[in-house]
Design a protein around this ligand. Sequence first.
Ligand code: SAM
Ligand code: SF4
Length: 320
Amino acid sequence: MYLVEDQYQRTFKTLRISLTNACNFGCVYCVQGEEVRKDLSATNTALTVDQLLRTVSELKTLLPLETIRLTGGEPTLFKELVPLMEGLSKMGISSIKMTSNGYLLADMASRLAAAGLKEVNISLDAIDVDVFYKVSRRKDLHRVLNAIEQCMRHGIQVKLNTVIMKGLNDSQILPLLYYAGERNIAVRFLELMKMGYYYSHEFERYFYSENKILNTISEDFIYTQQERIAGATSNYWMTQEGYRFGIIANESSPFCGDCDRLRLDSNGNVFGCLSENTAVPVYGILHDKDELIERLKLALSHKQAVQFKGSKLEMIAIGG
Ligand code: SAM
Ligand code: SF4
């Protein structure tokens, strides 16, 4: 029996830890307005590895945590990523996942696999180098493609995340589906989320809906929808060729109803929902179980009943 549950029987089963809000990419949907980010170098988080592990360990006593996803910012910039994964594995977390832009990943793949990384979502917004540059503001597509190969070679399951923006990279939907399908990788197309800059600017201009994504895929493929897994952000389809693709359609097919995600930032605060800008500090009160329960309940109360409404926070700050 778990103590932290809301009126929709939602609790927290997945913990997303944002290891840093630094990044070595400048994706326009994430950090619009910052042509060059100042903090390109590796940074350490406010919480040390031991402090992060202690936080997870205390949360685990109160929550039915099944999966931990390491994210950011760019989690591969976190210097002690391997010891952190080893610590999580020792704690008995069997499902350790990560979301990464892939830039630094190829050289780390074997060490991360040995430390317990089971699955990685690699962000890949284009397979054409010029379009890749327009979205990420970097010219290093080859590094990301190499990371995909290396992760697969070391037995880490790879999925691709592609945020589709109208007029910017919708031309990449079919090429990416061919690229992923031929390698037996699932690609998930994401509708743009109203976050950061897009909370109050140009959202309609760039929004490309689930329906439009499906129509584009229909130009080359016949597909059928698969059954949705409870708690999942993505709906999935399978083409006749056996290519599996997903769409994370925050606007068109909201998924708040059975959301089980809790976010922990690098300063020891939790967030129950991307819509809620208020950080709930937990690191300083880990010793006080009753208070921790109250704060987790508060974070849970921040979840939307049906649909994410947008946030001024950038994804890079809260952890995607
Ligand atoms: N740096 C890593 C990466 O890019 O994969 C992890 C952090 S990133 C914030 C996590 C995910 O959030 C990425 O897949 C990215 O595409 C997505 N994301 C960021 N801003 C978004 C937005 N406004 N709408 C939809 N997805 C967004
Ligand atoms: Fe960096 Fe990821 Fe945001 Fe791109 S989406 S700027 S890689 S944190």
